[in-house]
Every structure is written in structure tokens, then in C-alpha cells.
Design a protein around this ligand. Structure first.
Ligand SMILES: CC(C)(COP(=O)(O)OP(=O)(O)OC[C@H]1O[C@@H](n2cnc3c(N)ncnc32)[C@H](O)[C@@H]1OP(=O)(O)O)[C@@H](O)C(=O)NCCC(=O)NCCS
Length: 449
């Protein structure tokens, strides 16, 4: 083993440790689009889920089967019929759905049963348990269209699922539900996953999808200057949904987003949309700081928002002690009043207990994050990180490629969050002219990917 490997592997593994500790004992509901299996991604996804489970996460996996049902229908020469963005499940389609679900269940169980030496599954023991955990009701007749065997979730057997995942098993659900009369109904993977996540009050709902996430400017074409928005606050996600046309196709921006918003509003704090096309996307989303797809997050206890003129007094009060001890450069009231629109704050019942400002330098495609402060009584609870993420979001929306900070005492906090040190010469010309060479602040930059 080379010495270089030790130097890269050990710090890398340790950097993942906080996430391993954080997720242990938590419940994740994963919704995997049937397209992921059709695209041949099942083996790697199963390996990643097995790894997550072995690190103490309780997993409910819901699989989709849209392409598999369509394939069966095609083989039978029967056309797939849709209305109101839903499948109309007639007798033939129900047959096809049952066949597709049976086949997929075997494939998924087989994937979790691998265990060859020298593979990521060696030594893993994932017990997969499926069952009649979902009670369904018929969609019925909508605008004169009879949806026949298409159904909606009526009830989730929370106690049954909890008992099963507490035993250490993985619960695997097909998009099927049964009525008290013993009829089977065809459901959608998205609805089942969302309902189960809400019923269990899961810690995360994750959709493994054919789309990479939601872009910063969702209605514009994809491109390097329009990256994936890694974190969408619930309010912003709701606003975005309202501005989008109704989503009926899985590739529509609002398709998975509507389920994420629904889950978040009903108490699932974090819902994610990630691409199955990227190998290891689940691991990247769960164990890496910025993740890979889009996370809709409900910040319910306090309000994270842009500052207004009314907040000047609160900001001054918050930063003053840190100006006095030299951690922050002195700013007077008129300066903060003038720049108030640049500030992001966290406010709890009218008290501001965290802030940061973003000063863009568009000519250099970068921006300075300044005056980052969390009040001493609430430090260490992740508020600094929340403010940083929001500032990054604001910078991305402005088309900036990086943010930088000047610091004399907080370098390690920034290093841990993906910043790297650069020479003060790196600063944009306009900022360099104001650089205080006596203060000898260090400059740290974070690229916004
Ligand atoms: C730096 C600061 C904004 C972090 O806010 P926070 O809400 O406490 O941060 P988070 O909760 O997201 O992160 C807490 C972690 O950062 C660490 N941390 C806090 N201050 C740190 C510092 N100066 N250097 C290195 N790490 C620091 C904590 O020990 C904690 O680590 P842990 O998770 O391993 O226990 C806050 O400590 C602060 O306001 N400091 C004074 C003002 C300041 O230095 N601003 C930056 C000017 S450039």
C-alpha cells in the first residue's frame, strides 16, 4: 500500500464520520424510479443502500415500474392509457402491473442477496421484507374517465413497517395497495413513497430519478451557468411549484418536487431529488456536505431570510461584541443601512441570532461573504452552516462562480466547509485596493459547483 494512499484515504474517511454519526438510527424512505432498473443501475444502487443500512440507517425502499409495465403492455399489444397525468389501469394493465412488480421484486431481492468476496456486498446481510403494508382506495371516476384499478393510498401500516425496520430488515414496497374487499390497486411509486415517509415521519425522503435535480433557474436551459440548486427552502420550493405548469411527466421539473413539498409540509424535514444516472449518487447526497441533487428542507423553527431595514439594529447588536474583540472589522450603522439588502439573517421570534453579508464582484465572477456571525448562545447548532448555504445560493443565483472570505481567526471553520486558502493577490482588483495589509487577514475561496 502506498504512503500517499494513507494520506488521502484516512482524512477522507474521517471527513465522512460526522454524517455517519448523524444518520445512525434515522429512517430514510427511498423512492427508486423503475427507469433506474431499466437502465441497469440496480446492482450499484443495492450496494449503496446495503452500505447505508449497515451504518445504522433504517430503510424503506419503494420501487417504481413505469417502463416495465409499458413493456409488458407492448408485448401484449395493448396500448398504455393515461388521463389527468395518471395511468388508467384496466384488467390487462393490472395484469401487466402485477407481472412487472413480481419480476422486479425478485430482481431487487436478488440484488440484495449478493455477497461475493471482493465486492461491496461481501459480508452484507440485508433481509428484505415485503408485505401488505398499504391500504388503497380507487381513484374512481374523474371528469367521466373511469380509472378502474388505479388507486390512491388510504392508509399506511405504520406499526407494521416500524416493527420490521426496527428488526433490522429493509422494507421493500411495490406500488400496490389492497382494499378491505381484497382488491388490488395500482398506485404510483411517488405517492406510496411520499405517504410512507409522512406516515412514518421519516427523517428523509429520497427520490432516485431520471432528472439530476432542480436547476437554479429551472425554466432555463441546463448549462454550467445554471447548476443544480443543492438546497431549496420549503417556501422557495412552494413558490417555484406555483410558477410551473402542472407536471405530468417524470422529466417535468415539478413532478418530483410536488411530492417533496408535500412531504416537507407534512413534517418530513428533508426530501431529495437525485439522479440515478450518476453512480453512487445516494452516497454523495447523504455523506457529502453539498450533496449532488436537490434537497427541499423545512426550516421551521426559525426564519432564514434576507434582511430588511428593520433588521439593522438587531444586526448591529449581534456583531458588536465580535467587532470589539477584533474578530470582525468595525462597520458603522450607516454602512449596514446602505448594504442591508446584502445581508441574510436568521430570526427567531423577532430576535436576530445569525447574519452574513454577500458583496458581489460580478466582473471577477466572485463575491465576498462578510460579517458571518452567530450569537454566542446559539453557536454549534449548525446555524453558521445554514447561513453559509443560503449565501452560496444567493451567489449562484447572481451567476457567481465562487465566494471568498477574509478571516484572522476562523480559518478552520471555513476549511472544513470546502474553502481553500489563496494569496491576497487573488482578490478582485476592487477588493484588493481595500485590503488592510496590516490586519494580515487570510483569504479563503470556495468554488460553487
Ligand atoms: C464561525 C461561526 C459563524 C460558526 O457558527 P456556528 O453556528 O457555531 O457554526 P456551526 O454550528 O455550523 O458549526 C459549528 C462547528 O464549528 C466549529 N467552530 C466554531 N468556531 C470555530 C472557529 N473559530 N474555528 C474553527 N471551528 C469553529 C465548532 O467547534 C463546531 O464544530 P463541531 O461541529 O465539530 O463541534 C461562529 O462561531 C461565530 O459567529 N464566530 C464569531 C464570528 C466569526 O468568527 N465570524 C467569521 C468571521 S470571518
Amino acid at each position: 500500500m502506498s504512503a500517499i494512499f494513507n494520506f488521502t484515504f484516512v482524512p477522507w474517511f474521517r471527513s465522512v464520520a460526522p454524517y455517519i454519526h448523524m444518520h445512525r438510527g434515522k429512517t430514510f424512505v427511498l423512492g427508486m424510479a423503475g427507469e433506474a432498473v431499466a437502465a441497469g443501475k440496480l446492482q450499484h444502487i443495492a450496494q449503496d443502500i446495503a452500505l447505508i443500512q449497515s451504518m445504522g440507517v433504517k430503510v424503506v425502499l419503494v420501487h417504481g415500474f413505469r417502463p416495465q409495465v409499458n413493456e409488458q403492455l407492448k408485448a401484449k399489444g395493448h396500448a398504455a392509457r393515461y388521463s389527468h397525468g395518471m395511468r388508467i389501469t384496466d384488467e390487462v394493465a393490472l395484469d401487466c402491473a402485477q407481472e412487472a412488480a413480481g419480476q422486479l421484486r425478485y430482481e431487487i431481492e436478488a440484488a440484495f442477496s449478493q455477497g461475493l468476496p471482493n465486492t461491496p456486498m461481501a459480508g452484507s446481510t440485508v433481509r428484505v421484507i415485503s408485505g401488505n403494508f398499504i391500504t388503497a382506495r380507487p381513484v374512481g371516476i374523474l371528469d367521466g374517465v373511469d380509472f378502474q384499478h388505479s388507486g390512491m393510498v388510504r392508509k399506511v401500516d405504520v406499526a407494521g413497517i416500524k416493527r420490521t425496520i426496527d428488526l433490522g430488515a429493509l422494507v421493500l414496497l411495490s406500488p400496490f395497495g389492497f382494499s378491505p374487499t381484497g382488491e388490488a390497486f395500482n398506485l404510483t411509486m411517488e405517492e406510496v413513497a411520499t405517504s410512507v415517509a409522512i406516515a412514518l415521519q421519516a427523517d428523509k425522503l429520497v427520490f432516485l430519478t431520471e432528472i439530476p435535480g432542480v436547476r437554479t433557474r429551472p425554466l432555463e436551459a441546463e448549462g454550467e451557468d445554471n447548476p443544480i440548486d443543492t438546497e431549496l427552502p420549503l417556501a422557495a420550493a412552494e413558490q417555484l411549484l406555483a410558477s410551473l405548469p402542472p407536471a405530468s411527466n417524470p422529466s417535468d421539473t415539478g413532478f418530483y418536487l410536488q411530492h417533496c413539498v408535500k412531504a416537507c409540509k407534512a413534517g418530513v424535514e428533508r426530501s431529495h431529488i437525485i439522479p440515478f444516472a450518476v453512480d453512487g449518487s445516494l452516497l454523495l447526497e447523504v455523506y457529502v456536505h453539498d450533496g449532488i441533487g436537490t434537497m427541499v428542507v423545512d426550516e421551521k423553527l426559525e426564519e432564514l431570510r434576507e434582511a430588511t431595514a428593520d433588521d439593522v439594529g438587531g444586526i448591529l447588536q449581534l456583531i458588536e461584541p465580535f467587532e470589539k474583540d477584533g474578530t470582525l472589522v468595525k462597520r458603522d450603522r450607516t454602512e449596514i443601512e446602505r448594504d442591508i439588502a446584502n445581508y441574510t439573517i436568521i430570526d427567531h421570534d423577532g430576535v436576530i441570532f445569525a447574519c452574513a453579508a454577500l458583496y458581489p464582484y460580478p466582473e471577477a465572477r466572485t463575491g465576498e461573504m462578510a460579517a458571518l456571525t452567530v450569537s454566542p448562545q446559539s453557536q454549534g447548532q449548525g446555524d453558521g452552516e445554514k447561513i453559509l448555504r443560503r449565501v452560496e445560493q444567493r451567489a449562484r443565483a447572481m451567476g457567481l462562480e465562487s465566494i471568498f472570505v477574509l478571516t484572522t481567526r476562523t480559518m478552520h471553520w471555513f476549511l472544513k466547509r470546502g474553502f481553500v486558502q489563496v494569496d491576497p493577490d487573488w482578490l478582485p482588483e476592487a477588493r484588493k485596493r481595500k485590503y488592510n495589509w496590516d490586519r494580515k487577514s487570510m483569504v479563503f475561496v470556495k468554488k460553487l459547483t
